[in-house]
Design a protein around this ligand. Structure first.
Ligand SMILES: Cc1cc2nc3c(=O)[nH]c(=O)nc-3n(C[C@H](O)[C@H](O)[C@H](O)COP(=O)(O)OP(=O)(O)OC[C@H]3O[C@@H](n4cnc5c(N)ncnc54)[C@H](O)[C@@H]3O)c2cc1C
Length: 309
């Protein structure tokens, strides 16, 4: 069998590139598949102000280029192709990329997650410029502004409460009367004087031209009446979807599809490691993803030492 790699990394966000950096410095000669949207979620954002080491902040795409060249500097081979599927039933593992098959003794999966967007009219032009899916990341840009939060679950309540630290008013828009959140989160939001409610409403379209967000047209889900609601920003909090379908159920996940860590950062399949948003239901930050990429790399290195070399 030709060219069996010690490690193949799948995904090129902060977790993947950090895993590439560590495994290449550990002389494991890693191969990293970056995927079609090379650089991951931060390619969609203009300013990253909370990654340590950049006191003046840095553009998302610029930061990802730096992480990429840091990994490449130590020999991580980066290929801008998508992995279509993997076969974990035999060793070495098979990684299928188009018509090519690659072999690896261990895998590090860092394929991230996608925020679920509403896909309302005009959403594309306001993504990252008025509409966000991450209050921790973007809340500080809305100091003394009025925003809406869309969603009725725990993350919507959490995002809304968090945003009241900066915003003068936060309105929760939810398409039903009843919320899906836990009672404690609902109570906390209801007791917060800066939070207003628009229950039985959903967003039909976003208002404003490119770079100039002005609010939303809301529809009453009971009466179908429409109204224009002015605000400075919107946070969509209706969930995230981890990218794991290419694994075809070969690695254990939770009920939402997030990969589960079984032993340190190793998944249910011995020799398959994971890190970043594809396992993370809680933090979802660049720095935590990078940290988990480091953990997966060190765990893979030790596992190879104990089990293969
Ligand atoms: C608009 C926006 C702004 C944000 N701002 C901040 C911020 O300011 N600060 C902060 O800390 N966090 C921020 N975040 C969150 C942060 O981007 C994520 O937590 C982080 O990117 C997760 O990193 P990751 O490496 O796990 O995965 P991702 O960044 O999601 O990268 C996953 C990678 O996997 C690749 N991939 C997927 N499937 C395949 C496949 N089959 N084959 C090959 N490759 C594949 C994709 O191409 C992608 O490159 C923001 C997120 C968004 C959406």
């Amino acid at each position: 069998m030709s060219d069996v790699r010690d490690v193949i990394i799948i995904g090129s966000g902060p977790a993947g590139y950090t895993a590439g950096l560590y495994t290449s410095r550990a002389m494991l000669n890693p191969l990293l598949f970056a995927g079609f949207s090379s650089g991951g979620q931060l390619m969609l954002t203009s300013d990253v102000e909370n990654f340590p080491g950049y006191p003046d902040g840095i553009g998302g795409p610029e930061m990802m280029m730096e992480l990429r060249s840091q990994a490449a500097r130590f020999g991580c081979k980066i290929v801008d192709k998508n992995v279509d599927s993997v076969d974990l039933s035999e060793r070495p593992f098979k990684v299928n990329v188009g018509s090519e098959i690659y072999f690896a003794k261990s895998l590090i999966i860092t394929t991230g997650a996608e925020a679920i967007w509403l896909n309302a009219e005009n959403e594309e032009i306001h993504k990252g410029r008025g509409i966000s899916t991450c209050a921790t990341c973007d809340g500080a840009f809305f100091r003394d502004k009025e925003v809406i939060v869309i969603g009725g679950g725990d993350s919507a309540m959490e995002e809304a409460n968090f945003l009241t630290r900066f915003c003068s008013k936060v309105t929760i828009v939810h398409r039903r009367e009843g919320l899906r959140s836990s009672q404690i989160m609902e109570d906390r939001a209801k007791e917060n004087p800066k939070i207003q409610w628009k229950l039985n409403y959903q967003v039909k379209s976003w208002l404003g031209s490119d770079g100039n967000f002005e609010g939303a047209t809301l529809v009453n889900t009971k009466t179908n009446e429409e109204e224009n609601f002015s605000c400075d920003g919107a946070f969509i909090a209706i969930g995230h979807k981890p990218i794991t379908s290419f694994l075809d159920g070969q690695v254990e996940t939770d009920e939402h599809g997030y990969l589960l860590w079984k032993e340190n950062s190793m998944t249910s399949v011995s020799g398959v490691f994971a890190g970043g948003d594809v396992v993370d239901t809680r933090y979802r930050q660049a720095i935590t993803a990078a940290g988990m990429g480091c953990m997966a790399a060190i765990d893979a290195e030790r596992w190879l030492e104990d089990n293969v070399h």
